[in-house]
Design a protein around this ligand. Structure first.
Ligand SMILES: Cc1cc2nc3c(=O)[nH]c(=O)nc-3n(C[C@H](O)[C@H](O)[C@H](O)COP(=O)(O)OP(=O)(O)OC[C@H]3O[C@@H](n4cnc5c(N)ncnc54)[C@H](O)[C@@H]3O)c2cc1C
Length: 644
């Protein structure tokens, strides 16, 4: 199949307006004849379900949590970008577009990114209208702060709980539609597969997580808004439930998976403390507005710190290396995440890491506390400081935080065209689950923006075009495809429940995560990736022989849930490695040690790799086929990214 991204022709700033005009419409009285399935109720899913129901479509919404408002979006701390230019500091739609394309190391589509920047201003208005309590300045105007990779303040925030407040807004809109009967909400339901008829998505198969009932649901179109797959690394800042199953099943039904190896490693997380951990905690990027990142100037000092022979507060200014400010004076502590993460790793590799493990650097607020006062710092970041203290038992008002990079976000995901449609007709993908807008590295505060752009402002237009084309004729819910797909779901559950080995599913997950982090994490080499591929294949084989899955299907069985998700991660992991192997260049979060500038920055190879890699599933244990979507840059010049 030839990939057609369907990017509209014409000037960048007119593409979306023209496209909207050219899309077919469904008239208001016909909308009620269509049913749309929305899987996921995070920011992408809740905003899409509410908006489509508001338009008049019947929506069936699904999530695996006990309430839509517990989607992982609730964890987002720092903020959401919007090119409002309230600060009058030089921001514009074009600048947000440019920063995002550059931040993504020129591996995203111009057309998509411009549209994202364009609708960012509407998102802020929409959320304010819903009552989202964004922080305000003394005069009452909405406040902004800065995030990495930009030199303007365009990030709107609600203390350190922006995701939660935005989700409450979307959730209220969703609840309104549930109350009106336009959305039927299925909580505690896990999507297990997509049903396709003649190559078009016509429904899903779900498992009721309380009773174990396997159900089929039909619809005119299916939207996957199922979040990212960072938990393939086992340890990440993602919620424990985040998984790839929905996207992976769609992949096996024909949806191409794009840039799977593009993972974001966030520079400021609380460091790992030992093997007991199953989760890592983010310290929001917003902290880098006022916190300064440093490591001791010498290995000797670092060693004394590690041994407890000196205290961090004993170190004089001259003993500290504010390495980001030193190396990148133009952006300082607010360089993009990939750059900040690599530099922290460099410090640790150089023997200058701190903390008992030596795998951390400092994030220090002493200067801002003395400049602004402790109360001002508390007002901005209080809940993050409290969280840090509760986890580490150290007071960040008195001594610097210890931080280290951790897996945080996945830029890869299901390939979608400009309409957010996957390579399966009628199957759409929104939010973190798709690959569309962030290239090889997402800028901070842009995930919330993208999820809400997709849900509130893109899909309500683009879905109508498809629905108008297929017409409102009811979907044949008795079509054999539903029973066949259901049977394959039941067979797989039985296969998992038959596993009576001696190793827990979590042990496999932890081992997979270790392989992924070691060989397909912050730095990758051809040799390491080849090794990882072999290790993952062995681990997967072993899983299907020696894992133990307890309990039965007809009960609340988290062991079974987890087994299904880890089995999918074991397949995805191999594809991530294949993708990383194919891309011999470094770009953004994909850092191949073989491809770096003399200063150790990511060295792209635009002649060979200016494409989005879209992988086609070819059957169990078969190599996937790579399709390349060439990226066309008509408005920005591809240059070596510099934040100096
Ligand atoms: C700690 C943390 C802080 C962050 N802070 C920021 C920030 O400040 N700014 C920013 O822009 N971004 C931030 N991000 C990233 C951002 O939060 C996420 O990318 C975004 O919220 C994802 O939204 P989503 O709607 O795509 O998916 P999610 O919010 O992950 O929602 C996924 C939904 O899919 C459902 N689901 C998944 N699989 C299935 C299945 N098989 N069956 C049924 N339902 C399913 C889930 O139940 C859930 O409802 C942060 C991320 C983390 C981890």
């Amino acid at each position: 199949m030839k990939l057609d991204a369907k990017i509209p022709q014409g000037p960048l700033a007119e593409k979306w307006s023209k496209h909207k005009f050219n899309l077919k419409l469904v008239n208001p009285s016909n909308k009620r004849k269509y049913t749309v399935i929305v899987v996921g109720t995070g920011l992408a899913g809740a905003s899409a379900a509410a908006s489509l129901a508001e338009l008049g479509y019947n929506v069936k919404a699904f999530c695996f949590q006990d309430s839509p408002r517990r989607a992982h979006s609730i964890a987002a701390q720092g903020g959401i970008n919007g090119a409002k230019n309230y600060q009058n500091d030089g921001d514009s739609v074009y600048r947000l577009f440019y920063d995002t394309i550059k931040g993504g190391d020129y591996r995203a589509r111009e057309g998509n990114v411009y549209r994202l920047a364009e609708v960012s201003v509407n998102i802020i208005d929409q959320c304010v209208a819903q009552g989202v309590p964004f922080a305000r300045e003394y005069g009452g105007l909405l406040d902004n702060r800065s995030f990495g990779g930009s030199q303007v303040s365009r990030t709107f925030y609600a203390r350190g709980q922006t995701g939660q407040q935005l989700l409450l807004g979307a959730y209220s809109a969703l609840n309104r539609q549930i109350n009106l009967g336009k959305v039927k909400m299925f909580t505690r339901h896990e999507m297990m597969d997509v049903v396709t008829i003649d190559g078009e998505a016509k429904g899903i198969v779900t498992r009721d997580l309380i009773s174990g009932a396997i159900e089929t649901h039909s619809a005119h179109a299916v939207l996957l808004c199922t979040g990212g797959y960072g938990n393939v690394f086992y340890l990440s800042t993602n919620a424990m439930g985040c998984n790839v199953t929905a996207a992976w099943k769609a992949h096996k039904r024909g949806a191409y998976f794009a840039n799977p190896c593009f993972t974001q490693i966030h520079p400021t997380c609380i460091p790992v403390t030992g093997d007991h951990q199953s989760k890592l905690t983010l310290m929001s990027e917003s902290l880098r507005n006022d916190g300064r990142v440093w490591a001791p100037k010498t290995k000797e000092l670092a060693e004394k710190l590690r041994k407890g022979e000196i205290k961090v507060t004993d170190l004089k200014e001259d003993d500290r290396d504010y390495f980001l400010e030193r190396k990148y004076p133009a952006f300082g502590n607010l360089v993009p995440r990939d750059v900040a993460s690599r530099n922290a790793k460099e410090m640790v590799d150089d023997g200058r890491g701190v903390g008992a493990s030596g795998i951390a650097v400092y994030l220090d607020f002493a200067e801002s506390i003395s400049r602004l006062g402790e109360d001002a710092v508390r007002a901005k970041y209080g809940n993050l400081f409290d969280m840090y203290q509760q986890i580490t038992d150290e007071n960040p008002y008195k001594q610097p935080m210890r931080i280290y990079p951790a897996v945080h976000y996945t830029m890869g995901g299901l390939w979608v065209d400009y309409n957010l449609q996957t390579t399966v007709k009628g199957l759409y993908c929104l939010g973190e689950a798709n690959f569309s807008d962030h290239g090889a590295n997402r800028l901070g505060a842009s995930a919330l923006m993208q999820g809400l752009a997709d849900g509130y402002f893109v899909i309500p237009y683009t879905l109508g075009d498809y629905l108008a084309t297929i017409g409102p004729k009811a979907v044949d819910a008795d079509h054999p495809a539903f029973e066949e797909t259901k049977k394959s779901v039941v067979d797989r559950i039985n296969k998992l429940l038959a596993l009576k080995g001696n190793k827990t599913v979590s042990e496999y997950h932890r081992e997979l995560g270790h392989i992924m982090w070691e060989y397909c994490g912050m730095a990758r080499t051809e040799e390491g990736l080849i090794k990882a591929k072999g290790l993952i294949c062995e681990l997967r084989e072993d899983f299907w022989k020696n894992a133990i899955v307890t309990g039965v299907n007809e009960e609340f069985n988290q062991n079974l849930e987890n087994a299904g998700r880890v089995a999918d991660f074991l397949e995805l992991g191999e594809l991530m490695v294949d993708d990383a192997l194919d891309r011999k260049e470094s770009c953004g979060g994909h850092f191949r040690l073989e491809s770096q500038t003399p200063e150790g920055e990511a060295l792209r190879d635009d002649d060979q790799y200016a494409y989005a890699a879209a992988w086609e599933y070819k059957g169990d244990n078969q190599p996937e086929t790579l399709h390349k979507e060439e990226l066309v840059f008509e408005n920005v010049k591809l240059t070596q990214r510099s934040y100096k």
